[in-house]
Ligand binder design. Structure first.
Ligand code: 5GP
Ligand code: ZN
Length: 114
């Protein structure tokens, strides 16, 4: 998607504070962090929302979660705890329509989320 901001970050066309990269994933710090650690993990493949996932994306989404776990360990928050969130569409607050996992940690989290 040529006009997608996260595709542009994945291609290096827009700068981002990248913490992890692989053939199929990129992770970078959120521009407007909601916790001391707030990292977005994205597939390089453009998938707009969770609603658009296909069976063929199962391994990719598994790797996305494994990357989140590894990043949580690297950030030093794996033991104390962290939250992963994927917002889907308007009522959940999705604003960027390239699927992304929020990795949040470094402070206590409330429940239920707002
Ligand atoms: P959503 O609301 O779609 O679940 O999350 C989008 C997230 O992307 C927000 O937390 C927002 O701060 C972040 N974001 C939006 N544009 C950029 C950008 O250009 N760079 C970075 N690093 N984060 C962004
Ligand atoms: Zn995209």
């Amino acid at each position: 998607m040529s006009d997608c901001i996260f595709c542009k970050i994945a291609k290096g066309e827009i700068p981002a504070d990248i913490v992890h990269e692989s053939d199929d994933l990129v992770a970078f710090r959120d521009l407007n962090p909601q916790a001391p650690t707030h990292i977005l993990v994205i597939p390089r493949k453009h998938i707009a929302t969770l609603n658009d996932l296909q069976e063929e994306d199962a391994t990719l989404m598994g790797r996305l979660h494994l990357a989140a776990r590894a990043i949580a360990e690297a950030e030093g928050i794996a033991g104390r705890g962290y939250r992963t969130v994927i917002n889907c569409n308007a009522e959940a607050g999705q604003t960027v329509f390239h699927i992304h996992l929020h990795l949040l940690g470094g402070r206590p989290m409330g429940w239920p989320p707002g």
